[in-house]
Design a binder for this molecule. Structure first.
Ligand code: NAP
Length: 287
């Protein structure tokens, strides 16, 4: 399993397994399958409501905890020094572990400075090995990275062949922050799995659209966390060794970049309002 070195010396697998929209009841089985397939990085979040399934799987999988890499994310309704600190302890309990390998602020809304301070303290206390951000763009990212003592180790952004995050990648270099691609298969949007250009490149190597896209991203040093509930797809998405994309094909893939995310614009006020109210559907008590 290829790894990359984070800005605090922690080693992180380049390919991981994401569990967004994996139903809580199915999550344990999926994570067990993913680990059996060879994944070692599991990406979950408080707002996925499936940390417990991840925890049950890592307790049962037979792979030593030290060989696994667990990522979770603090949700907006847990933002601020005290709530974030308490939520980190709750995540540890649900994940059945005494440390989280990578902890991210999920969304750039709420009291995220307080959340980051709580994460820095969790880092000092050994509850977390690395901290970072998700969905922070441009000035918001720079403001936090400039102001905080611990520079974000990872920034998780929507990243795929249609949105390659060139501008953000240049900004992140100043802080040694590594990009982790969420939605690396474009969540199937834009006709991704039937994209003729991706299919044509794949045909040259006997590889699938998913494999071409993931190979391209990982060759650029971008960590990827594709999600599938199907074991054969988990294996497919991990099968990135034994072929090399030619320079011409890499150039063609670079030209597919539209420069804009497809799924989510984090400057859109409607998205902010939706996310600020997101967990009310799960926790009516939180109004
Ligand atoms: N930080 C954030 O805000 C954020 C946002 C979104 C996602 N994420 C993280 O990033 C992970 C990945 O993103 P994502 O789940 O949104 O999207 P994704 O990995 O780009 O795409 C997942 C979709 O592709 C299908 N799929 C997977 N492999 C396939 C293959 N080889 N062939 C055909 N179809 C395939 C899956 O269906 P099946 O499951 O039916 O196979 C699912 O519908 C998430 O699970 C989560 O951990 C983070």
């Amino acid at each position: 399993m290829k790894t990359i070195l984070l800005n605090n010396g922690v080693e992180m697998p380049l390919v991981g397994y994401g569990v967004f929209q994996v139903a809580p009841a199915e999550c344990e089985r999926c994570v067990l399958d993913a680990i059996a397939t060879g994944y070692r990085l599991i990406d979950t979040a408080q707002a996925y409501y499936n940390e417990e399934g991840v925890g049950r799987a890592i307790a049962r999988c037979g792979v030593p905890r030290s060989e696994l890499f667990l990522t979770t994310k603090v949700w907006i309704s847990n933002s601020g020094d005290g709530p974030a600190a308490r939520s980190i302890d709750e995540s540890l309990r649900r994940l059945r572990t005494d440390y989280i390998d990578l902890l991210l602020i999920h969304q750039p809304f709420g009291d995220y400075y307080g959340t980051y301070r709580a994460m820095e303290q969790a880092l000092q206390a050994g509850k977390v090995r690395a901290i970072g951000l998700s969905n922070f763009y441009d000035a918001r990212f720079v403001d936090l990275a400039e102001n905080m003592g611990v520079k974000p180790a990872v920034l998780q952004l929507e990243t795929h062949v249609y949105s390659q995050q060139a501008r953000m990648r240049r900004l992140m270099e100043d802080y040694g922050t590594r990009l982790m691609a969420w939605g690396p298969l474009a969540q199937g949007m834009n006709g991704f799995f039937d994209d003729p250009a991706l299919k044509a490149i794949g045909a040259k190597y006997g590889k699938s659209v998913a494999q071409v896209a993931l190979k391209f991203l990982t060759d650029e040093g971008i960590a990827v966390i594709p999600k599938s509930v199907r074991r054969e797809r988990m294996a497919e998405n991990l099968g990135l060794d034994g072929f090399e994309l030619s320079a011409g094909d890499r150039d063609a893939l670079r030209r597919m970049d539209t420069g804009h995310p497809l799924a989510a614009d984090f400057n859109d006020p409607a998205l902010a309002r939706y996310l600020l109210g997101y967990d009310r559907q799960f926790n009516p008590a939180r109004q």
